[in-house]
Design a protein around this ligand. Structure first.
Ligand SMILES: Cc1cc2nc3c(=O)[nH]c(=O)nc-3n(C[C@H](O)[C@H](O)[C@H](O)COP(=O)(O)O)c2cc1C
Length: 237
């Protein structure tokens, strides 16, 4: 493990590198066929596990699939989706508060415009949604799970683990897309991966070398200014 105080890099260089990596990460949904080396995947997983967790319980579990195992899982999920045997996704509450609904609509407009899909074309949107289940063609897919007996705050730990993983990947030139689209598919996923009964599928992730010229990867999702989401109190003006 690297202790930032003992590397040969200055604090300024470390800050610039971390900032550049964090800000260049984006959700990538088209990948080059280039495979990922197992040793690099292992390094990324070890970096991810440096994430904090409440009382250090480290509740994360992740299944990392490639090759035939990934392809067979994708095939199962596409079939389940087409058979309509999977519950409808319920990622957001109804009604969604106005601010969030506006952002969700803005995301959809940018996303489908980048793919030249008309918002009214339900079949084309469905075909695009289905690409989630084959990890958007990435060479590696990840399924994140957690012990279902834990409370919501332990799901925060899982999110921190996943973010570490995405940043560790990006630092090595590897792109990712976190995917809640897998959550409703717990039953076929658990059967396929032989998960223990207490485990719950939380989300998935595509991972590979992104085709950064592909239009879908060039949509760019805006962020609100820090004035909007943060209040700094007690600092001198
Ligand atoms: C928890 C979580 C779940 C997500 N699920 C999906 C998904 O199922 N499919 C997908 O294409 N993108 C998914 N995304 C990606 C978001 O759409 C993306 O993070 C957001 O639009 C911001 O864009 P950026 O990641 O490129 O900065 C998910 C992101 C997060 C954090």
């Amino acid at each position: 493990m690297v202790d930032t105080a003992t590397t040969e890099w200055s604090q300024e260089t470390i800050a610039k590198c971390v900032s550049a990596v964090v800000r260049s990460r984006r959700s990538v949904r088209a990948f080059k066929p280039q495979p990922l080396r197992r040793d690099i995947v292992e390094e990324i997983l070890e970096d991810a596990a440096a994430a904090p967790s409440g009382a250090n319980i480290q509740p994360w579990r992740v299944y990392v699939v490639s090759g035939e195992v990934k392809d067979a899982l994708a095939e199962t999920l596409v079939a389940a989706s087409r058979a309509g045997t999977v519950p409808a996704p319920t990622h957001f509450p109804e009604p969604l508060p106005d601010l969030f609904r506006a952002r969700l609509l803005d995301f959809g407009a940018r996303y489908y415009a980048s793919l030249e899909i008309d918002r009214g074309d339900a079949a084309a949107r469905m075909r695009q949604t289905e690409k989630n289940y084959s990890f958007f063609g990435a060479p590696v897919g990840l399924i994140f799970s957690i012990d279902r007996r834990l409370k919501p705050h332990s799901w925060i730990d899982l999110g921190l683990f996943a973010q570490n993983l995405m940043i560790a990947a990006k630092a090595r030139g590897i792109d990712t897309c976190p995917q809640v689209a897998f959550a409703p598919f717990h039953d076929p996923i658990a059967a396929h991966l032989q998960m223990p009964p207490h485990e719950q599928t939380a989300f998935g992730m595509a991972m590979g070398y992104g085709d950064l010229e592909a239009p879908v990867n060039r949509a760019g999702m805006p962020r609100e200014h820090r004035h909007e989401f943060a209040r700094l109190l007690g600092f001198p003006a």
